[in-house]
Design a protein around this ligand. Structure first.
Ligand code: ZN
Length: 324
């Protein structure tokens, strides 16, 4: 049976029919908004090159987070920009570090908002690498000890979910056991499970966190973008080590990985729609070459269709407004 009995255009004839048979939608509660917190007071500074995104001091972060929550977004992902950096990233696990202060303020003042913290060291090391460097190489196990300290300090400050971003071997196991030893059994872990070494992160490091690497690159720990089987091995290890949510990063060029990860693991799955993806669309829209709102929704829907449950995106506020 085929044409003329079957005519797939029958259900595309008008908006009502199309809505009735739509297979997936983006919802406001799929969105996670990344936020950047700096020291000081009264600061709300737009990030150059990432329009609509800001560096906030804690007091302003709270105000912005209330607006984010009121738009129907359920969660934010926090990144900190410390005042001083050193070889051991000591500000990353300082009790009164910038993220720890921000988490306490958000949990105290923004009811109903889930706070996720990025757990890495690259914003806090003077060289911009994700851990301790010896002879130009990122050493794994000693860096894990620091990540465990960061994790516990974020969780004690009140973080609901911690998100290890470094792609070090054993990071989930290390963090889970550090949390459990401290009785923090309900703090969830969202692993940056398949994080690829991508130039699409450049706007983030150059403009959001000012932590571009001083030498070398991150290809000894982040994944080669040619590999898909290896991504499944990375995710499998994160699941086995205790990740509650898995992630694929970047998102747009990696939808094959997303689809495969959803099919193989059936786990809550996040994608990170990274800064480079954001600026590509913004630049094209500014130049009058693409319609931003339409392409934005097409892109976010593609993440959902591929299998993502959660979308970390700099477009969260604009998308939430549109979906409201
Ligand atoms: Zn890092």
């Amino acid at each position: 049976m085929g044409f003329p009995t079957q005519r797939l255009r029958r259900l595309r004839r008008n908006q009502t029919l199309r809505s009735m048979v739509r297979e997936c939608d983006v919802n406001r509660d799929d969105l996670i908004y990344p936020m950047f917190v700096v020291h000081g007071r009264g600061i709300k500074r737009e990030i150059k090159g990432l329009p609509g995104n800001y560096h906030h001091s804690v007091d302003q972060l709270v105000e912005e987070a209330k607006q984010v929550r009121d738009l129907g977004i359920l969660a934010v992902l926090l990144f900190g920009i410390p005042e001083k950096k050193d070889a051991n990233a000591s500000e990353a696990y300082a009790e009164n570090g910038i993220v720890q202060q921000a988490v306490r303020a958000l949990k105290r003042e923004v009811e109903g908002l889930t706070v996720i913290t990025d757990v890495c060291l690259c914003e806090y090391t003077e060289h911009g690498h994700c851990g301790i460097i010896e002879n130009g190489y990122l050493v794994n196990d000693r860096s894990l000890e620091l990540l465990a300290k960061v994790t516990v300090s974020h969780a004690k400050a009140g973080a609901d979910i911690v998100a290890p971003a470094a792609m070090l071997d054993g990071q989930i196991r290390t963090m889970r056991s550090a949390l459990d030893q401290d009785g923090l059994i309900d703090t969830a872990i969202m692993g940056y499970s398949a994080k690829f070494a991508s130039k699409l992160y450049d706007p983030f490091f150059k403009q959001c966190t000012h932590s571009a690497v001083a030498f070398g690159d991150k290809r000894t720990h982040q994944m080669d973008f040619s590999n898909s089987d290896e991504a499944m091995r990375e995710i499998a290890l994160d699941v086995e080590e205790g990740a509650d949510i898995i992630m694929v990063k970047p998102a747009l060029f990696y939808l094959d990985i997303v689809a495969r990860a959803k099919a193989e693991f059936k786990m809550p799955l996040a994608v990170y729609n990274v800064s480079g993806e954001y600026v590509m669309l913004k630049a094209a829209a500014e130049a009058g070459r693409l319609d931003e709102a339409s392409v934005r929704m097409e892109m976010l829907t593609a993440f959902k269709r591929a299998g993502a449950d959660l979308i970390i995106t700099y477009f969260a506020k604009e998308a939430a407004r549109e979906l409201h």
